[in-house]
Design a binder for this molecule. Structure first.
Ligand code: ATR
Length: 278
């Protein structure tokens, strides 16, 4: 019998995770199946228990269950503990549930894939919700000169910066602010707000990008997000979050199967499918 994995979400119909993991599995003929499961909003723990009882070995977790997943784990990775969220569940041989978050490492790997150097860079992160909390630690690990977290609600940005202050090792200037206090000339600007969903744009100064800067949106779609369109008009290189999705999946897959998949052909497959829908 093949090992069972899934992604839990609500809704889950549009998830690309089954396609991604099925492609990874095919690379080495892994005996596994990967499906999408819509868990009930009020009983995520029950959905995971039922899945395990039916032979489930691991899962990805997406909106709105990342905090529920965090709470049910017997063991957490240090980065998941600090992020307060779990997107990867692994069933241990002893029956205990291990939780990790691979979103941040997925972002960092994707930035590297695009040739972006974080070491010594000035990085601006927009938003201070769960999505941003999950990526701060891996970003800091790359040694940027500065990470400014800017958010509509300024206090949330400052609070987040304080929560991660101990991880800067004195190398990175980590701080938070409202959008109105954002200075100019950042090398990398990462949009982690959910503003793109509603077609909104965080109010940023026109000179927020340094020459040669990259604008990264954690979201993606058949057409560029409003943020990426705005950034391109101001001379920044736009990169969407499709690669982050593939890289976080690869990190989860590696934990389950002890084999790192080749992400290049899977990125290409998803990009082509997206462009076919544009
Ligand atoms: P997620 O899990 O996607 O991070 P979240 O925790 O609800 O979701 O956080 C959403 C983030 O997007 C927050 O930083 C939010 O700003 P506030 O903290 O001020 O609410 C930000 N956001 C949502 N809509 C926005 C908009 N229209 N303009 C700017 N920021 C927005």
């Amino acid at each position: 019998m093949s090992d069972r994995y899934c992604v839990f979400g609500h809704p889950i119909g549009h998830s690309k995770s089954p396609q991604i993991h099925t492609a990874f599995a095919a690379q080495s003929s892994e005996p596994m199946e990967y499906t999408a499961i819509e868990a009930p909003k009020d009983d995520f723990a029950g959905a995971w228990r039922d899945f395990v009882a039916a032979g489930g070995r691991g899962a990805n977790v997406t909106v709105p269950f990342k905090e529920d997943a965090y709470r049910l784990c017997d063991v957490l990775s240090p980065r998941a503990r600090r992020a307060g969220a779990v997107n990867t569940l692994v069933l241990g041989k002893d029956g205990r549930t291990f939780g990790d978050t691979t979103d941040g490492i997925g972002l960092v790997r994707d930035l590297k894939h695009h040739g972006i150097t974080l070491a010594g860079a000035r990085v601006l992160v927009l938003g201070a919700g769960g999505a941003v909390r999950g990526v701060i630690e891996p970003l800091l690990a790359e040694g940027p000169a500065e990470v400014l977290i800017a958010n509509r609600t300024a206090e949330k940005a400052s609070g987040l910066a304080e929560d991660f202050a101990a991880l800067t090792a004195g190398h990175t200037r980590l701080h938070g602010s409202g959008f109105d206090a954002v200075p100019s000339h950042f090398d990398v600007v990462i949009n982690g707000t959910s503003a793109s969903l509603g077609g909104d744009l965080p109010p940023l100064p026109d000179d927020v990008f340094a020459p040669g800067a990259t604008a990264y949106d954690m979201m993606y779609g058949a057409t560029p997000t409003v943020f990426l369109g705005w950034a391109a008009e101001r001379g920044a290189r736009p990169v969407d979050g499709l690669g982050m999705l593939v890289e976080q999946a690869a990190e989860s897959f590696t934990q389950w199967r002890n084999r790192r998949p080749d992400t290049a052909p899977v990125r290409e497959m998803l990009r082509q499918a997206l462009e076919a829908n544009a």
